[in-house]
Design a protein. Structure first.
Length: 203
């Protein structure tokens, strides 16, 4: 089993909710699957650039042999190949301004490439990826239900883009309302941890 583990929190491992939970999930999956291997991408420590003209050019088939674009092309290839190879994708992401951190959006822009991770048919778009994804999310407020649910562009967006790319088997685990006080923070982490225990056993 190949796991691609991604973290996008700008907080350090000791304080980040999503880093702690995503690593707990990966650890538990590994405990159930001795053969599991992990590719880890810390999108904050090792940031990807925004997609610019050079990157767009590197993706074009007519530039496949341009030596000046080789480094950029190789990076794109590595990112896409490690995502394609993954049986299990684990994304740890906080909510930043109602959606994904820009570091995670940059990764999404790098791996969502027509002809590689999705294609177009006469019937419309078709995802080319398979496998399972776990979204380990955290937010200061509560968005899974209640008055702010319409502002959730984190879980809804990540689920939409992964489905678009072909990954329809998605489990979303949230530690939310962590800004509502220490008690709620602890309860949210406890509940997320329990969910992680349950889903990891079923992988
Ligand atoms: C730049 C920034 C933007 C944030 N935006 C939101 C937001 O829109 N809604 C919200 O509920 N919490 C927001 N938060 C709070 C985080 O989502 C929350 O603290 C979360 O637990 C962070 O996860 P982490 O501990 O893994 O970094 C924001 C935090 C930061 C640093």
């Amino acid at each position: 089993m190949k796991i691609l583990h991604i973290d996008a929190s700008a907080s350090a491992a000791e304080t980040s909710h999503t880093r702690r939970l995503s690593s707990e999930l990966v650890g538990r999956i590994k405990a159930h699957h001795a053969d599991a291997t992990v590719v880890y991408r810390d999108l904050v420590a090792d940031q990807l650039p925004h997609v610019d003209m050079t990157i767009r050019h590197a993706w074009l088939p007519e530039n496949a042999d341009d030596p000046l674009l080789a480094k950029t092309r190789d990076r794109s290839k590595t990112l896409v190949e490690e995502l394609k190879a993954a049986d299990v994708l684990v994304i740890g992401s906080p909510m930043y301004n109602f959606t994904v951190p820009s570091t995670l959006k940059a990764w999404i822009d790098h791996v969502s490439i027509a002809g590689q991770t999705f294609g177009y048919t006469a019937e419309g778009p078709r995802g080319l990826l398979t496998g399972k994804a776990y979204l380990v999310l955290s937010s200061g407020g509560v968005y899974s239900q209640g008055p702010f649910a319409a502002n959730d562009h984190l879980a809804t967006y990540l689920e939409a883009i992964l489905r678009f790319l072909g990954i329809s088997d998605i489990e979303t685990i949230r530690a939310e309302g962590i800004a509502y006080g220490a008690e709620q923070d602890q309860a949210a982490m406890q509940s997320a941890s329990e969910q992680i225990g349950a889903v990891a056993a079923a992988v």
